[in-house]
Design a protein around this ligand. Structure first.
Ligand code: DGL
Length: 268
């Protein structure tokens, strides 16, 4: 069983690609919608929530967990890996979304100037920037936090012109820097990837985070054959939310691009 954790619904844009790339596994998705968005919260609070999510997913039998959430990946993942797992779950692994995106972007030698757009917490952590520079110290990096976008998208305002206008405004500065690539460092933005591509010049590379993360995880599984034994002939995908099941279903199906049947509400 593979656990996928997000602060809410956004992580379904990542799970979507796991289901495409690795359909032979069982998945549990946990969206902590009752406490979302995480993007404006402090590191201590996010770490506390992340620990609860990890406990829950391991208690359900997950062998590995992916933090689909950029905010949790940037604010809590390292501490979970270095402090929490060794003490409580020494044989288990938790991975995030940042390293796959960083590696893909920093190793592309066409990319010299790179833009990053994400929540306040993700941008404030500077994690993308640090990791990119570790691979390519010559990169020029421009970051922009976009705190209004998550609430608008969670509200279902995906096709509204107001959301597109706000996105355009956030992207203006990055566009002016003539970046070669833009990292969508938030689970919610891929929902608008077509619009973003229209706003940015054609030459600007915009990877779909779900695709990159799923492909990178596939390679990870090849290197860790023990995990491969967890494949299933009739794979299942279960969904847990900490908030309303109806909301999760309605908006979640748009994020995932398919029907969601089994959803349970839980308290963390
Ligand atoms: N899932 C979060 C992320 O990718 C966005 C929503 C939130 O702020 O909780 O950063």
């Amino acid at each position: 069983m593979i656990g996928v954790f997000d602060s809410g619904l956004g992580g379904l844009t990542i799970l979507k690609h796991f289901l495409k790339e690795l359909p032979q596994y069982n998945y549990i998705y946990l969206g902590d919608s009752a406490r979302a968005p995480y993007g404006n919260r402090s590191q201590d609070v996010i770490y506390g929530y992340a620990k609860e999510a990890v406990d829950f997913l391991f208690s359900k039998g997950c062998v590995i967990i992916i933090f689909a959430c950029n905010t949790a990946s940037s604010q809590a993942l390292r501490k979970i890996q270095q402090e929490y797992l060794p003490k409580k779950y020494p044989d288990k692994k938790v991975l995030g979304v940042i390293i796959p995106l960083v590696e893909k972007s920093a190793k592309n030698d066409k990319i010299k100037k790179i833009g990053i757009i994400g929540t306040k917490a993700t941008i404030a952590s500077n994690v993308y920037c640090k990791e990119l520079l570790k691979i390519n110290a010559k990169l020029k990096i421009f970051q922009k936090s976009a705190p209004l976008l998550v609430p608008l998208i969670e509200e279902g305002w995906i096709k509204k012109k107001e959301t597109k206008m706000i996105f355009k405004k956030y992207l203006r500065e990055l566009k002016m820097e003539q970046i070669d690539a833009l990292i969508l460092a938030c689970t919610h933005y891929p929902i608008l990837i077509k619009n973003i591509k229209r706003i940015m010049p054609k030459r600007c590379i915009i990877y779909n985070p779900g695709e990159i993360v799923a492909k990178s995880f596939k390679k990870y599984l090849e290197k860790h054959p023990k995990l491969k034994t967890h494949q299933s002939n009739s794979p299942i995908c279960k969904f847990y939310t900490t908030d309303s099941i109806n909301n999760f279903k309605t908006l979640g199906e748009k994020f995932l691009g398919q029907k969601i049947n089994e959803i349970k509400k839980i308290k963390l």
